[in-house]
Design a protein around this ligand. Structure first.
Ligand code: ARG
Length: 577
């Protein structure tokens, strides 16, 4: 149930009845001060200003036209023109009861769209590092949220399995005849070889040339190159799978559709772009000049799509990929999770794809970019020796730190439970610290902060959940079987009820804007609201059984909402800490 939407629809109807036909976007807020009302809107003041009329009288006239029903207890106007709404307590109680029994927590069905989410997408032959953390975590939260509200979500792991790194590796193997490597291909060995190959590539022009020739050789289907390429790709994928498992990421093998997958489409697309006059030869390379996007000198931006040596580049692969996603996968929307440095590039390839007619007008292309992860000194987060932080090492460190915290609180925990719970806590802390920030901003990576029981952390919310579960256990009552109604009398009960009923509006907002931090803030506040309720309203020892039952129901729904909310972020709960 989306209370915000109900109120705004009713005010809109009243406006139309009053003769205001323009479709305004009405902002409705839950108030933090109960004496004002449960919800408030300042929208009428904005409209009154545009209509050049007195907001107070205008608001008064509008509320007279809001249809009376069982949802509203009272609707009033306060100066200069706020509409204040008190919701009917019995109605709230009824909706809460419905949500207790609903596995979607009462979310209304939407009209589903096919949404492609391109995320994680690490480069092959390299270990995943901290730079892949945000794309992987935020992308995975988004797919969970979109799927939950009912969209048809297609996950795509656009792995970088076709680039220059393979040219270097293959050329190095050719020159140095590393038979041992070929016999035992693991990501560790690939990385070692790559470091040597890259050094040679940067120092030796002839080797660089040979490497580029090997890229072309691979791309044109040379069997030996393909054989080695497949082995190296598979070794990296297998390794990355262990990272996804540790991080509770829902990407699987079937979601991999990397750069190489579009290879057979490239000659035709290049031809098509040439025929349509979109791509032209410039000094031997095939280039698209974009009028709408200018370079620093103010000239149309040139995007190379095929190099002089015949090698295809990253851009043409992405153009083919868009065509495939629109024509074959029938996307309504494509969302890219990469950092902000790729924004300009994405704008360019979208423009080319639209110009070529590969994307119809109704398809939305969105770049959900994100900021950087910084260390305390505000520089990019690196190891002590100044190297890129490997993801696996970072995750293990988080799990180890969680283990210490856990054992301090529960020294007698079994080894099995310690293992399981420290992963839930450690991984939850890392993910939550990232998700709770608005994704467009940079954030500082801080172990102490993210692993604290206090403040806006996963642990604080997970702990609130655990506490509720222990209350439920103590009560010995199956809440789903309670037949008496929820009673909303005390302010703490009402506040908790209103908070619980904000679930849908928050989820929809996060889904539409691609902002999981809205869900984090919601869960944090919900946990805080529950704490206040718990401190002020006795649950198990209330004077009347009906009240105790009512409060148990509110507690149960809080636990259910926290669990669902955290799961949508890819974070798990536990029954005890
Ligand atoms: N592999 C790229 C990187 O590591 C990200 C790919 C993003 N997706 C895309 N379709 N370009 O930066």
């Amino acid at each position: 149930m989306n209370i915000q939407k109900i109120i705004s629809t009713d005010i809109k109807k009243a406006l139309i009845n009053f003769g205001v036909s323009e479709n305004y976007n009405l902002e409705i807020f839950k108030t933090s001060k109960m004496h004002i009302g449960d919800y408030q809107s300042n929208a009428i003041m904005k409209i009154a200003k545009q209509l050049k009329t007195d907001p107070y009288n205008f608001a008064k006239n509008i509320i007279k036209l809001i249809k009376k029903n069982n949802i509203y207890e009272n609707i009033s106007v306060s100066k200069p023109g706020f509409i204040n709404i008190i919701l009917n307590r019995q109605w709230l109680s009824k909706i809460l009861d419905i949500n207790i029994h609903s596995h979607t927590l009462g979310i209304a069905p939407i009209s589903p769209e096919t949404i492609i989410v391109d995320y994680s997408s690490p480069n092959i032959a390299k270990e995943m590092h901290i730079g892949h953390l945000r794309s992987t975590i935020i992308g995975d939260a988004t797919v969970r949220i979109l799927e939950f509200i009912g969209h048809n979500v297609i996950r795509v792991n656009h792995i970088g399995d076709w680039g220059t790194q393979f040219g270097m590796l293959l050329a190095y193997l050719k020159v140095n005849k590393n038979f041992d490597f070929i016999k035992n291909i693991s990501l560790k060995n690939i990385e070692k070889l790559y470091q040597k190959a890259k050094k040679k590539y940067d120092e030796d022009q002839n080797f660089a040339k040979l490497s580029r020739q090997y890229v072309v050789k691979l791309q044109s289907g040379d069997l030996y190159c393909q054989y080695l390429w497949k082995k190296m790709t598979q070794a990296t994928i297998n390794y990355n799978k262990t990272i996804y498992k540790k991080l509770h990421i829902t990407l699987q093998d079937k979601h991999i559709m990397g750069e190489s997958a579009y290879n057979t489409m490239l000659p035709k697309i290049t031809e098509d772009l040439k025929n349509k006059g979109i791509a032209v030869y410039n000094q031997g390379a095939l280039v698209v000049l974009l009028d709408k996007i200018k370079n620093r000198q103010g000239h149309p931006m040139g995007v190379i799509i095929k190099k002089k040596d015949g090698g295809y580049v990253y851009a043409i692969i992405d153009i083919a990929c868009i065509k495939y996603r629109c024509e074959i996968l029938k996307a309504d929307k494509i969302i890219y999770y990469t950092d902000s440095r790729q924004h300009q590039y994405l704008l360019q390839i979208w423009e080319i794809a639209r110009k070529a007619g590969y994307v119809s007008k109704h398809v939305l292309l969105e770049h959900h970019m994100f900021g950087m992860i910084l260390s305390k000194n505000r520089h990019p987060f690196k190891t002590r020796s100044g190297n890129t932080v490997k993801l696996n090492i970072l995750l293990n460190e988080g799990i180890d730190k969680a283990k210490n915290i856990l054992l301090k609180k529960n020294p007698h925990l079994s080894a099995k439970d310690t293992e399981k719970l420290s992963t839930i806590i450690g991984i939850g802390a890392i993910k939550y610290a990232d998700l709770r920030k608005n994704r467009t901003t940079d954030y500082i990576f801080n172990w102490d902060e993210m692993l604290s029981f206090e403040g806006n952390t996963a642990l604080y919310i997970q702990y609130a959940y655990t506490r509720i579960i222990s209350i439920m256990k103590k009560s010995n009552i199956d809440v789903t079987k309670i037949t008496s109604k929820i009673q909303l009398i005390e302010p703490y009960e009402i506040e908790l009820a209103l908070h619980l009923l904000q679930f849908e509006e928050k989820i929809l907002y996060a889904a539409n804007q691609g902002t999981p931090h809205v869900i984090c803030n919601y869960l944090y506040q919900l946990s805080g609201t529950f704490s206040k309720f718990y401190e002020n309203c006795s649950i198990l020892f209330a004077k009347k059984t009906a009240i105790s039952h009512s409060r148990l129901k509110l507690s149960f729904l809080t636990a259910k909402t926290i669990k669902k909310g955290l799961n949508l972020l890819g974070i798990y709960t536990m029954n005890y800490i």
